[in-house]
Design a protein around this ligand. Sequence first.
Ligand SMILES: [Mg+2]
Length: 433
Amino acid sequence: MARVVALDVLDIRFPTSRELDGSDAMNPDPDYSAAYVTLRTDEGPDGYGLAFTIGRGNDVQAAAIRALAPHVVGRPVPEDAAALAALSSELIGDSQLRWLGPEKGVVHMAIGAVVNAAWDLASRRAGLPLWRFLAGMTPEEIVGLVDFRYLSDALTPDEALSILRKAEPTRAGRIAQLTADGFPAYTTSPGWLGYSDEKLARLAKQALAEGFDMIKLKVGGDLDDDVRRMKLAREVVGAGVRVAVDANQRWDTDVAIRWMRELAPYAPYWIEEPTSPDDVLAHRAIADALAPIKVATGEHVQNRVVFKQLLQAGAVDVVQIDACRVAGVNENIAILLLAAKFGVPVCPHAGGVGLCELVRHLSFFDYAAVSASLDGRVIEWVDHLHEHFTDPASVVGGRYLAPTQPGFSAQLREETLSQYVYPDGPVWTEVVA
Ligand SMILES: [Mg+2]
C-alpha cells in the first residue's frame, strides 16, 4: 500500500508588483505567491497543491501548512471518495488548529492546499484529470465528500443527492461536449487599476480579437477615473460585450450604491466584491438597489456557511468560488451544490497564480455532474504566470480547453521552484543587490 512519506512546503513568490499586474483598489502592489505543497509518496506519483497569497504572509501560510503534516505523513495515500472525505474531516476537525478559525483564514486555506494536493495525488493515480475523476463518481460518493454540518437548514444530503441524480443520466454527453468545446471564459487582463487608458483600450480590443465576449475592470479607486475608464471600455467593446466591474471590497453599502449608479449608464454586467465579503445583509441591500446589475462575490468568502447565507438571503446573483480560499475540493463541492439548489450560476475567481489551472477543473465538474447548465457560467481568465506550470491552463477563442493531463494541475516546474523561491531564489536576491 502506497503511503505519504513527507509533506514539503516551499515559499514561492513572483515579483508581479513591478508591472502592476494584479493591481486593484485594495491591493495596489501584489506579488503573486504560492505556499506550495508536495505530498511525497513511497510509490507512484507525488501530489501537489498550493495556497495563493499576494506576498508578505506567504511564510505564515507555509507555516500553517506545515502544522498539518502530522495528519498526513505516514498515512496511506487516499485513493477514493471515502478516503478523501476522511482526510478532509480529520484536517478540519483538528480541534487545536480549529480554534484559530473556526473554518476560516490561514489555517482553513492551509487545509485547502493539503486537501487539494491529496486530490491531485488521487486523480494522478487514477490516471485522470481531476474533473474527470470527480465526474466518474456516483451521486452517493459525491454527497459523501461533503460536510453538511451547518448546511442542513438550506441543503440536506437527500436534496444534494437528487440534484446529482437528476444530472447523472446526461453526464456523458456533457463530458463529451466539454472535451470538444471547452468552457466559456472572460478576461480580466485589460482591467487592472494600475494600467493606463491606452493599455486598457489596447487590451480590451485585443480581448475581442481573441474571441472573448466579456471583460472585467477593476474599480473603486477614484470615481472620475472609473467613469472615464468604464466609458472608454464600453466604447471600445460595443454594446454586445459584457463588462463586469470589481471593487475588491472597497466600499460601504451607500458608497457602493452611489458609485455604481454613476457607472450604470455604461451597463456594467456585475459588481464584484462591492463590500466586505462577510457582510451578507449589505450584499442584499446593494443587490436590491442596483438590480438588474448583478452582485457577485466569493473569492474571499471564507467558507460554505457564509455562501449558504448569501444564497439564503438572496444577496448574490453570481457565486465566485475560489480553488484555494476554502478547505479544498470537498468544501467547493458543497458550495457548487448549494448554488445549484438556489439556481445561482457559479463563475469562479481565477486572478492569482495557479487559480486558473485549478479552478477550471471545478467548473468542468460543475457542468458535467451538478448544475448541468452553462447559462450565465463563465470562468475568469488572467493571462499571467501560466508558463510556470507543468499543465498550464489554456484559453482559445474565449473558452477554456478541457484539462487532459492526470491530476489537479497545481504542479510548478522545477526551474520555477529554484528561480522564485523566497527569499533565496535569484529573482529575489538580484533585486536586493
Ligand atoms: Mg475579484
